[in-house]
Design a protein around this ligand. Structure first.
Ligand code: NAX
Length: 327
């Protein structure tokens, strides 16, 4: 029997975790023969709800689930973990400005970065889901000096899957027939869902598309899908966000197919002229547990403008939390 992986999940009593934890425990991320220890982390006020979640996990009698531990502090919660899903974040309250939201979360994620640095397994792989996800990941990474920035990522996979699903719908095919969709930039309404490189059933989609439809319908719909879902269900995306997190971590661990790429927010190395050091969604491929930005994709003038818009938003977000970024 393999040795269990230790997996930390913050915000473990929340809506996304309510899907994520059960699918993790069922083996959907690390495979059907990989035992797991779940180290679930919540705020002290939510520990009772978390206890209920743990009871339900126990009642599933998952063969892979070695142990479930409940923590109200990140030092114990991150102890020796191989993977961390940082889902919990402070939501925007009434009257709260975006800048207030950024700094409230910056405090949380700088502490989490330090705790990962000090207590996690040195090879830990971190996925930030909690918003503002890109900047939270940047802060966590910068507060973890002994870990490589490449160990920190944020989630744009939900956006990627949305972009794929919508184009599959347009072509009347299955989402699995669509390849090489890319999300560039921030997980926000400035993100750029890019179809220039995409194929449907092996054929390029771009020549088949009306640019007006792409600009005026497709791109805004992907960008604002989160709001569309809140308007329809009265709650934000949860099951699809859990799916995005599962896809992201599974592909990072097992690798991506050679004829496709996925979108992940990673620390920019300056590829495509994107400012170094910000956490930016790029098309990436994963192999041997490492992610690599796909190089050499042609970027036209209109795409360049969209990339610059979302890049600027991330630079502004970074400026707002500069005081929490150690030199
Ligand atoms: P919920 O409000 O249902 O759950 C969040 C949970 O996190 C709560 O149980 C809360 O007690 C806990 N929490 C808050 N601060 C914490 C801390 N410092 N340590 C540990 N736990 C903490 O939200 P949910 O719908 O699960 O969404 C979670 C986060 O994901 C939100 O920030 C949300 O904005 C973000 N999302 C990100 C997405 C992405 O694609 N990157 C998409 C979905 C989602 O909107």
């Amino acid at each position: 029997m393999k040795r269990p992986f230790r997996i930390a999940v913050t915000g473990a009593a929340g809506s996304i975790s309510n899907s994520l934890l059960f699918r993790l425990a069922a083996g959907e991320v690390f495979g059907p023969d990989q035992p797991l220890i779940l180290q679930l982390i919540e705020r002290p006020e939510a520990m009772e709800a978390l206890r209920g979640m743990a009871m339900e996990l126990e009642d599933c009698a998952f063969p892979l689930l070695h142990n479930v531990r409940l923590h109200d502090n990140i030092q114990d919660g991150f102890s020796n973990v191989h993977f961390a899903f940082l889902v919990g974040a402070k939501p925007r309250g009434p009257g709260m400005e975006r800048a207030d939201l950024l700094s409230a979360n910056a405090e949380i994620f700088s502490a989490q970065g330090r705790a990962l640095n000090d207590y996690a397994n040195p090879d830990v792989k971190v996925l930030v889901v909690g918003n503002p996800a890109n900047t939270n990941a940047l802060i966590a990474s910068r507060n973890a000096p002994d870990l490589s920035p490449s160990q920190f990522t944020a989630m744009s996979r939900l956006d990627h899957n949305r972009a794929k699903g919508m184009i599959a719908n347009r072509f009347g095919c299955n989402a699995s027939d669509i390849r090489k969709v890319a999300i560039w930039g921030n997980h926000s309404a400035t993100q750029y869902p890019d179809l220039h490189h995409a194929t449907a059933m092996g054929e390029p989609v771009w020549p088949e598309l009306d640019p007006k439809w792409v600009d005026e319908e497709y791109i805004p719909r992907v960008q604002k899908r989160g709001a569309e879902i809140i308007a329809a269900r009265g709650q934000s995306s949860a099951a699809s966000a859990a799916q995005g997190a599962i896809d992201h971590m599974r592909d990072w661990y097992f690798g991506t197919p050679d004829d496709d790429f996925v979108s992940m927010c990673v620390v920019s190395d300056g590829s495509y002229g994107v400012t170094k050091g910000i956490v930016f969604s790029f098309p990436v491929r994963c192999r041997y547990g490492r992610h690599e930005i796909v190089q050499g994709l042609p970027i036209d003038e209109a795409a360049r403008k969209r990339i610059e818009t979302t890049e600027k938003e991330l630079i502004d977000e970074k400026a707002g939390v500069e005081h929490l970024l150690p030199a």
